[in-house]
Design a protein around this ligand. Structure first.
Ligand SMILES: Nc1ncnc2c1ncn2[C@@H]1O[C@H](COP(=O)(O)OP(=O)(O)OP(=O)(O)O)[C@@H](O)[C@H]1O
Ligand SMILES: [Mg+2]
Length: 252
């Protein structure tokens, strides 16, 4: 992923970014840190061309110019990205298993649709069940997503993203709604599953120990810029916390 001179001003006049440059190489594990409202979520979406930016020399994904390709080619590229959103966006009325199996849709022809786990091919059901088992939710497979807790929903969203077998996994605060113990477990598991799939990982975290432990490289977003780009072990958690920590919110 590569972003060159990205500037973004919202319609309401808020100027968020002013000439951001960064790139992430294949196989890297990158944590993005920064205070609430610094622009982490927006940066990731803008990098994938998901929101209009005011000025930019371009965004590239796997060498393809996202700013200058057809809609169909763009969609095909985005199929390689498993995006775990800050709000997990499950289909509330569908079961946990159906939500996970939906992740596989992008691996098939655009006309291929799996609306319901009961209609899905057996191998996809098995694969979905295995992922649910790994995130500790096999017993909830047939519960509707709307009946799951925030943390359980987040695990389903992780399983769904991995079901895509994405080359690049982008996770916006993947364990934000989990209690500290579950957060640690799920982050551990998540990073292991991503590594097993040989995927590149970019994740946003407010929990600095996670950034240090599960990434190789840390990017810090502040004042509309990336003002930190270093190896994950280059700075202490205290140093990072002084600049990028949220005073009121330290539990990712
Ligand atoms: N569509 C929009 N119009 C105007 N302002 C917006 C819009 N989307 C986001 N913002 C503002 O841009 C800033 C960055 O938002 P963003 O969600 O990227 O922050 P963040 O770093 O992800 O924060 P958090 O840690 O709370 O998730 C915020 O001040 C937000 O209010
Ligand atoms: Mg955010």
């Amino acid at each position: 992923m590569r972003v060159k001179s990205l500037s973004l001003t919202f319609a309401n006049g808020l100027k968020l970014f002013d000439g951001i440059d960064f790139s992430v190489d294949e196989g890297e594990r990158v944590a993005i840190i920064g205070r609430n409202g610094a622009g982490k979520s927006t940066l990731l979406r803008a990098a994938l061309g998901m929101i209009p930016r005011s000025k930019s020399e371009g965004e590239w994904l796997y060498g393809e110019p996202m700013h200058n390709i057809s809609g169909r080619k763009r969609r095909r590229l985005l199929c390689q990205v498993g995006f775990i959103h800050q709000r997990h966006n499950l289909v509330p009325r569908a079961t946990a298993l159906t939500n996970v199996i939906h992740g596989a849709m992008v691996r098939y022809h655009p006309s291929f649709r799996v609306w319901n786990q009961a209609l899905a091919p057996a191998h996809l059901r098995d694969e979905g069940m295995e992922l649910l088992e790994r995130v500790g939710l096999a017993d909830r497979a047939l519960n509707r997503a709307s009946a799951l807790s925030g943390g359980q929903s987040q695990r389903v969203a992780i399983a769904r993203a991995l079901m895509q077998r994405p080359k690049l996994v982008i996770a916006d605060e993947p364990v934000a709604s989990l209690d500290p113990v579950a957060g640690e477990e799920v982050m551990e598991l998540f990073s292991r599953l991503v590594a097993e799939q040989n995927s590149t990982l970019i994740f946003v975290s407010h929990h600095l120990p996670h950034a240090v432990r599960y990434a190789d490289r840390i990017l810090g977003v502040r004042d509309g810029r990336i003002d930190l780009d270093c190896a994950a072990d280059a700075k202490s958690i205290e140093e990072l916390g002084n600049i990028y920590g949220d005073n009121d919110d330290d539990d990712d």
